[in-house]
Structure formats: structure tokens, C-alpha cells
Design a protein around this ligand. Structure first.
Ligand SMILES: [Zn+2]
Ligand SMILES: [Zn+2]
Length: 213
């Protein structure tokens, strides 16, 4: 099995979790043995988030999508943003806030759970008022956490350990853009994303009655 950052291997990871006997959990309770907390920090692309969410929905998987209200890359208040949240909810996923310190805009669109974007160590694990923080001590230990950040697993791809049931429970942080857009390196993946973005923007310009003839 090749541990590529692509949708085929993402489906294999979900399958490995099923083989290992894990169940999908949300951040509304303390971890128990066998829980898999699928966490998606949506940094760059709502389209990638929805594509991953559809794959998970078809595979019977449930995740928590953390969305930003102050992103420079997407607008959650736009029709695209509203459709994305609605679709994530329809598919049975949870939606949390991907917050930028120190602002916590937990409005009715979000479940009471926060994941900080690019946090500093001094507040990363601190409790958040009236919400769970995914990095607070009850949800985080190095043994029960894996992240795909920048297309690099610091402790290796978790598919084997998942299939073997080797984690007591796991918080698995997956950035949708990394898996949806092709590329062997983070740079290649980002260039693929920008190519797709150009096509998407051209379609939006046409919809906005811009003459592209
Ligand atoms: Zn793997
Ligand atoms: Zn982030």
C-alpha cells in the first residue's frame, strides 16, 4: 500500500479504522477506548472540504470540520460558504470553529468546539470559555494524535496502527486540501489547488455577468 496523500489512500485509512474496530466520535464527550476523532481544519478550500465530506459520507464516516470566519482564502458568509456548511451538516458531520487567537466567534453555525489555527504553545492547550478546545489535555496526547501537516506524518502514516487497533483512541487531523488536490509535495499540491482555483474563479466571473468573451 502506498501512503500517498490522495483520496484513494484516504479511503484506505477509513477502511483501516473500520478493520481496527474504531468508531467515529465528536468532541462533545471525553475520549473512550475505540474512539476515532476525525478532525479537519479547513485552512484553504471549502470545495476540498465538501469533496472529502462526500467521500466520508459514502463510507459511513463522521468527522468534525473546523471552519474559519476570518480566512483570506474563503468567505463563509458567501453562498459557497453557506452551501458548504449545509452540505457538511446534511452528511452528518459536526462543524466547529477554526479560530484565530484570541477571537472566538461561536455563533449558531457552530457546535461548541474550537481548534486554533497555527496556535502558539502558550495558549494551545488552555481551556476555552463555553466550548471544547481540541488540544486541551483530555483530547490530546502524543500517543493518541496524528497530523498530516504539510504532507508530513511526524510519526508515520497511521493506517497500519489503525488496522491493528494499536491506538487506544485517536485524534486524526486531516487537512482536506492535501488529499483532494494532487501533488507529491506540498508545493505541487498547492499549485494544483491554484490551477483549480483559477477555473473556479473564471466560472464565478461568468456567473457575475463579467464579459469574458
Ligand atoms: Zn498509509
Ligand atoms: Zn489551520
Amino acid at each position: 500500500m502506498s501512503c500517498a496523500f490522495d483520496l484513494a489512500h484516504y479511503a484506505e485509512l477509513l477502511d483501516a479504522a473500520r478493520v481496527g474496530g474504531y468508531g467515529f466520535a465528536f468532541f462533545d464527550k471525553d475520549p473512550e477506548a475505540g474512539d476515532l476523532f476525525l478532525r479537519h481544519d479547513v485552512d484553504l478550500s471549502l470545495e476540498a472540504a465538501v469533496e472529502l465530506a462526500e467521500l466520508e459520507g459514502a463510507a459511513g464516516a463522521r468527522a468534525t470540520y473546523f471552519l474559519m470566519t476570518t480566512s483570506v482564502f474563503y468567505n463563509l458568509d458567501s453562498p459557497v460558504g453557506v452551501r458548504a456548511i449545509n452540505r457538511l451538516r446534511e452528511l452528518g458531520h459536526a462543524v466547529g470553529l477554526h479560530a484565530v487567537w484570541p477571537r472566538v466567534d461561536l455563533d449558531e453555525r457552530f457546535d461548541p468546539v474550537v481548534a486554533w489555527h497555527n496556535p502558539d504553545a502558550d495558549y494551545m492547550s488552555e481551556p476555552v470559555t463555553r466550548a471544547a478546545n481540541v488540544m486541551e489535555p483530555r483530547f490530546f496526547s502524543p500517543q493518541t494524535y496524528r497530523s498530516d501537516s504539510n504532507q508530513r506524518w511526524r510519526s508515520g502514516c497511521p493506517h497500519e496502527a489503525l488496522a491493528a487497533g494499536a491506538f487506544e483512541w485517536l485524534q486524526l487531523l486531516i487537512h482536506p486540501e492535501i488529499w483532494v488536490f494532487p501533488g507529491a509535495t506540498m508545493r505541487e499540491t498547492m499549485l494544483s489547488m491554484l490551477d483549480a482555483e483559477r477555473e473556479r474563479r473564471l466560472a464565478q466571473l461568468a456567473e457575475d455577468r463579467i464579459d469574458l468573451s
